[in-house]
Design a binder for this molecule. Structure first.
Ligand SMILES: [Fe+2]
Ligand SMILES: [Fe+2]
Length: 242
């Protein structure tokens, strides 16, 4: 497997591995700083390729923080492999996620983060934003890097196929097409408002877990996705009420 490395903002690198059987890219993000941080671990089968790619950017044993949006094979599956490769590293995850998941799953004690808490990694400031059940998972959340206005937005805008590494083209249409096939997103009343709150951050770059890095009008894309999901929720409720 080949992992492609792209710098999507200063010191923020997208490590992308395309997995044929899923027809999806699996993207990890490595942020360099005094305390380097990884967002998404990838599945265990990706660890050799992704860790090789990461080691071209920094010595693996200098990694300090291991983070992800939510517990799932692609987001967190090789967490313990990374903890082993980087002896000074620690998982940092939302407090609820640490309580219900990571406290039991991780080989070392995690650092629980409150909603909005910032880890200053030296040069970059990474804010955890809790988004329970959005797009899925009780422990769900995202990371916003404040100094570059980069939103690492996890499974939002997931699209099938092999993407370019960076784009300014539409990411909403392909995401809705993938949603119709995969139904990965929990249609909850909180979905639209969560996306609109993310749009209010006015990010300059969106780092997608399963897609390209997006450099177009990020807030507009987030609001467009919110409106589409609100419409789907409304029509589903109307259908249920007859
Ligand atoms: Fe997921
Ligand atoms: Fe995912």
């Amino acid at each position: 497997m080949d992992t492609e490395v792209t710098e999507i903002a200063a010191d923020i690198f997208r490590l992308s591995t395309f997995v044929d059987e899923a027809n999806l890219p699996m993207n990890q993000f490595l942020i360099r700083g005094e305390e380097p941080l990884l967002f998404h671990t990838g599945m265990p089968m990706l660890f050799p390729s992704v860790s090789d790619a990461a080691s071209t950017l920094l010595p693996l044993d200098t990694l300090r923080w291991i983070t992800f949006g939510h517990v799932e094979a692609d987001e967190s599956g090789s967490m313990n492999r990374w903890l082993e490769a980087a002896p000074k590293s620690q998982v940092a995850h939302g407090a609820m996620g640490c309580f219900v998941q990571i406290g039991y799953l991780a080989d070392r004690r995690p650092r629980p983060l409150e909603d909005g808490e910032v880890i200053d990694i030296g040069g970059r400031r990474v804010r955890r934003i809790e988004t329970p059940h959005v797009p899925h998972g009780w422990d769900a959340g995202l990371l916003f890097e404040e100094t570059t206005s980069t939103l690492l937005c996890g499974d939002f805008f997931t699209a099938f196929g092999r993407p370019v590494s960076e784009t300014e083209h539409d990411i909403v249409g392909p995401a809705l097409a993938a949603e119709d096939l995969g139904h990965a997103t929990a249609l909850t009343p909180a979905l639209g408002s969560t996306l609109r709150a993310l749009a209010d951050l006015e990010p300059d770059v969106l780092g997608l877990m399963h897609g390209p890095a997006y450099r177009g009008p990020c807030s507009a894309a987030l609001r467009e996705l919110a409106a589409a999901y609100d419409g789907r929720l409304d029509s589903e409720l109307q259908r249920l009420r007859g």
